[in-house]
Ligand binder design. Structure first.
Ligand SMILES: [Zn+2]
Length: 255
């Protein structure tokens, strides 16, 4: 790696450190997640002009430091502020959740340009069209797939029975199995959540969609709400902790 790296990046989170520094995590286009120290960031208006606020799209200039996990952040120029994201509570809630689940699912330096694109597209849509359960569920599903945690929702993970072919019986989502279980296989399992056929259908259609969420009219809100709750639990399970942004999101789930 050259001594300096310049890359487009999204600010995932930022916290004060000591008297005048900040520790900031970015999702970069070229190097995955990068966490670094911005020396003097609380004072230097010249090097970091409002560019370390979460959800900002920036041009980051950093340097790896020998034997240190934190990179050294030289400069950070603002490329795009998603203006409406800071003006509406529901949008802040959705964007904060996008940041936290991305941060939680990916490790430092896991290079993944598709996640960078997905993240910037998600923020753009939120900025331009506002929040919706459809966009939220779409974001969660695609992120899980891109990060390597795609849930398996076509057939029972244990016996292989397909939910479309078998009209009767209730289905459960198993966090541990990363997919669905039929009624018989789920009987003695813990950590399972009910998932209706409506929710299974909505998720299957969203998994097929590329790039942008499909037309919202064909998705009942109830099915989307149920899908989101199952995915939220699955994300928490994979990340290994409660998500700080989850209660805030629940309060502003619908715009
Ligand atoms: Zn089964």
């Amino acid at each position: 790696m050259p001594s300096f790296v310049v890359t487009p990046a999204v600010v995932l989170r930022s916290r004060p450190y000591g008297e005048s520094d900040k520790i900031v995590s970015f999702f970069t286009e070229l190097h995955g997640k990068v966490t670094g120290i911005a020396k003097g960031a609380k004072r230097s208006r010249r090097r970091f002009v409002n560019s370390l606020e979460p959800f900002s799209l920036v041009r980051l200039r950093f340097q790896e430091r020998a034997n240190a996990s934190l990179a050294f952040i030289h400069a950070c120029d603002l490329v795009r502020v998603f203006k409406s994201l800071t003006a509406h509570l529901d949008r802040i809630a959705h964007a904060s959740y996008f940041m936290e689940i991305t941060d939680g699912l990916v490790g430092e330096r896991d290079e993944n340009r598709a996640i960078f694109t997905h993240l910037t597209n998600g923020l753009s849509r939120l900025d331009e069209h506002g929040s919706s359960l459809l966009s939220l569920t779409f974001f969660e599903l695609k992120l899980l797939a891109l990060a390597g945690y795609q849930p398996h929702l076509g057939q029972c993970r244990r016996c292989g029975m397909g939910w479309r072919e078998h009209r009767s019986g209730a289905w459960r989502f198993s966090l541990r199995d990363g997919g669905i279980l039929c009624e018989g296989c789920a009987a003695f399992r813990k950590e399972v959540l009910p998932l209706s056929r409506g929710a299974l259908g909505a998720i299957a259609a969203l998994q097929q969609a590329r790039g942008v969420p499909p037309d919202g009219d064909s998705f009942p809100l109830e099915a989307l709400g149920e899908s989101h709750l199952a995915l939220l639990r699955f994300l928490q399970f994979q990340i290994g902790r409660e998500l700080k942004s989850a209660p805030f999101l629940e309060a502003y789930l619908l715009p």
